[in-house]
Ligand binder design. Sequence first.
Ligand SMILES: *[C@@H]1O[C@H](CO)[C@@H](O)[C@H](O)[C@H]1NC(C)=O
Ligand SMILES: *[C@@H]1O[C@H](CO)[C@@H](O)[C@H](O)[C@H]1NC(C)=O
Ligand SMILES: *[C@@H]1O[C@H](CO)[C@@H](O)[C@H](O)[C@H]1NC(C)=O
Ligand SMILES: *[C@@H]1O[C@H](CO)[C@@H](O)[C@H](O)[C@H]1NC(C)=O
Length: 504
Amino acid sequence: MIQILPRYSYVQSPSRSIPLIALGYLEPFLSRCFCTRNPQLEDDVQTVFQIINSSSSSNDLKLSLKSSGVFLSDELIDKVLKRVRFSHGNPLQALEFFYYTGKRKGFFHSAFSLDTMLYILGRSRMFEDIWNVLIEVRGKDQSVITPRTVMVVLARIAKVCSVRQTVESFRKFKKFVPHFDTTCFNALLRTLCQEKSMTDARNVYHTLKHDFRPNLQTFNILLSGWKSPEEAEGFFNEMREMGVKPDVVSYNSLIDVYCKGRDMEKAYKVLDEMQREEQSPDVITYTSIIGGLGLIGQPDKARDVLKEMKEYGCYPDVAAYNAAIRNFCIAKRLGDAYSLTDEMVSKGLSPNATTYNLFFRVYYWSNDLQSSWNLYNRMMDTGCLPNTQSCMFLMRLFRRQEKVEMALRLWSDMVEKGFGSYTLVSDVLFDLLCDLGKLAEAEKCFLEMIEKGQKPSNVSFRRIKVLMELASRHEALENLSEKMAMFWRPVQVRGSTDRGARVR
Ligand SMILES: *[C@@H]1O[C@H](CO)[C@@H](O)[C@H](O)[C@H]1NC(C)=O
Ligand SMILES: *[C@@H]1O[C@H](CO)[C@@H](O)[C@H](O)[C@H]1NC(C)=O
Ligand SMILES: *[C@@H]1O[C@H](CO)[C@@H](O)[C@H](O)[C@H]1NC(C)=O
Ligand SMILES: *[C@@H]1O[C@H](CO)[C@@H](O)[C@H](O)[C@H]1NC(C)=O
């Protein structure tokens, strides 16, 4: 038998993935977001933002700023640019504003303002302007160009350019960042992992590793997210060869890849090694182990891990319980799965939609309508809102068993409480309603959806159209067609999606 747990106590890890903040890139970026409220400042931000958004020329902008009498402080500029970023304001005028404020004698832009400005430009693909801004800023105060700047710019470039172009841009930074060191290299690798692929990050790492001194962060970035143990092992060995000591994050990556590959023996070997190296496993380590044991058909043993980890001072969280519950659901032992859910609640942890979906999935495949319905009601009673996946399991089951009332109840809950994706769920709902000729109901749901600003799919619309034509409801059809047509008008382009917001 496999030895389960090493014996010492652990500190619980606060988070399940390596957050950017732990890598030190975003701290200043974030801390700025929590300034104390100052009504006068907020008003001024609003005034200046409006000026930027409505100015038609650079002269216009300057005149309006002067006549507004607002004092353009460092803090105000930070906030105005942040506002432009999140409201998708005009990038050209924002750039004018940035240059104008930066030209004032004795004024230096903050690192936050710079990064926000570059982000705005990058989002609008104004890459030339990015380098012009950097040249300008370098001439004044190079210290505001940081590894975070590298990260912000490269992320926008990687989104639309090739790996080669991203790496070229990275090299260009050498002339801009005061310390072009491993932190910058790590920023490049992290960008490639996020925007391109692990393989690209690996290749670039091998090309550039001799120019930098890879550190623990470098390897933690490269280790996470592999599907093949060979790749992870490769980096682990390289790490050792370079004399970099793995930490719990590195070990967790390796353990996870073994567990996902059902190689529990190797996973436990790594756990032993952690013990020897005095690295405490955390809740993430154990969750991987629980998942791995489930994959090799040992749900009971996984439940034991849940118990034993507590003895070592590492408390299971929702994700750890979900992993153990998933194992019993896969094994179709729903009684055991429910007891774990109860245990979870008794420990003060709330099952979330992911937990419920484990059960919905089983019921969906066994066609168990009544249990699904009961569980749905229990879920709503406890105040846990279903997500899209829950709605899909339910709606598909209702459709299969032609349960119109249940389907309409789910839909009205969705509309009232605002959960689930209307687009995906409504397709199944309209199929059901149209199959059964429930035209009035279909029309009502259709209108509700449009009222929420969501476009019903063309397929759904065509189905309803056929029924309306058969029923000679020409005026109603006219009305619906008109509403659909509103979605077909070209909508205003708002720039690309703001993925940067994700990290907040
Ligand atoms: C920016 O200006 C445009 C047109 O002048 C206006 O439609 C839009 O609502 C403004 N945006 C904000 C966030 O104020
Ligand atoms: C449920 O909780 C786990 C652990 O915190 C989390 O990973 C998962 O995303 C949550 N699910 C939902 C639907 O929020
Ligand atoms: C739906 O139909 C409209 C009008 O015929 C068309 O412009 C639009 O591209 C279609 N959308 C999809 C996703 O097929
Ligand atoms: C169509 O829309 C008009 C105006 O909104 C409304 O007065 C009329 O009752 C609608 N007709 C049908 C059949 O829904």
